[in-house]
Write a protein that binds this ligand. Structure first.
Ligand code: ATR
Length: 294
């Protein structure tokens, strides 16, 4: 079959980050391009902080179609692009750059990833209680998406460093009138809030390979059957938190869904084609399963 060409010469896309050994974006996007016979090349652009402005400039010079952006540069690219979407501005992070005829536009598709992961449970989340662990970059996109798309009654941000949770609650609180924001680092308060939560989300790195035996819940805290649990950690797929939740009969949502959801939105911004979700999921799960046995 003949490959479809995108607008003239804009064939290059890649992921920008640093120490990127385990990124799944190349396999996810390459599989999707292949499935749709799209003529894009996807590369890994691992640069030091000093080289970041040069890299962004070279995206213009080489007429890149776009890029995904990951740690540690989701904030750093903001002043380097020409325009930032409203959503990315509120979240304070750009994870996707699209080159529109020389004009670089920054988006945040992580929020869409959270939305897609939880959309099936929208009715259970609306007007209910949510507990979110973490107050870093991933938490910002998550808190934004949960408040914006599902309007819970309250969001409790739980974080090791109380000050970071407080800052987030104070910043997002005034932006979402239907949701009240609270914060804590106290295990007892957290345990009480977990008892009444409809949705529990981990946005911290606790449970990520190699620390696979850990989860962020206080000792003795329990998950219940009627609760929804999302862990945005996807390596391993079956985190300690999701194992605990599944053991309690709760509804579990893997971080793989969030990874695919943010990738799907970025892919659609790059190509204007619908993301072949099934093929991409298969490729990503295969990669993660192989990684587990290494
Ligand atoms: P990301 O962009 O992945 O969110 P980040 O901005 O560095 O990364 O945020 C990491 C989050 O995980 C923070 O909420 C961090 O808590 P602190 O604010 O106290 O640093 C949390 N985190 C990381 N390691 C943790 C650990 N071992 N125990 C508890 N929380 C942890």
């Amino acid at each position: 079959m003949k490959l479809q060409r995108h607008s003239e010469h804009q064939r290059l896309i890649g992921i920008i980050g640093h120490k990127l050994a385990h990124t799944l974006s190349p396999v996810m996007h390459t599989t999707a391009f292949k499935k749709l016979n799209l003529d894009f090349t996807y590369g890994v652009m691992d640069v030091t902080p000093e080289m970041l402005p040069n890299l962004i400039a070279s995206m213009r010079a080489l007429n890149f179609r776009g890029a995904n952006v990951t740690v540690p540069y989701k904030q750093d690219v903001i002043p380097l692009v020409d325009e930032v979407s409203e959503e990315a501005k509120v979240i304070g992070a750009v994870n996707t750059i699209v080159n529109n005829s020389g004009r670089l536009v920054g988006y945040n598709t992580d929020a869409h990833g959270v939305y897609i992961s939880l959309a099936y449970y929208a009715d259970s989340i609306k007007n209910n209680h949510v507990v979110i662990f973490g107050a870093g970059g991933a938490a910002r996109a998550t808190v934004y998406a949960v408040a914006k798309f599902f309007s819970p009654k309250r969001i409790m941000i739980v974080n090791r460093t109380l000050e970071n949770a407080k800052k987030m609650a104070e910043e997002f609180g005034p932006k979402f009138k239907l949701t009240k924001f609270f914060f804590t680092n106290d295990p007892e308060t957290t345990t009480r809030e977990l008892e009444v939560a409809a949705l529990i989300i981990n946005t911290t790195s606790v449970g990520m390979k190699p620390l696979v035996n850990f989860h962020p819940l206080p000792t003795n805290a329990k998950v219940q059957k009627n609760q929804i649990v999302l862990d945005i950690v996807y390596n391993p797929i079956d985190t300690a938190l999701l194992q605990l939740a599944a053991g309690a009969g709760a509804k579990v949502v893997s971080g793989v869904e969030m990874l695919l959801g943010q990738g799907a939105k970025a892919f659609e911004l790059f190509t204007h084609h619908e993301f072949p979700m099934h093929a991409a999921r298969e490729a990503v799960v295969k990669e993660l399963t192989q990684d587990m046995h290494q």
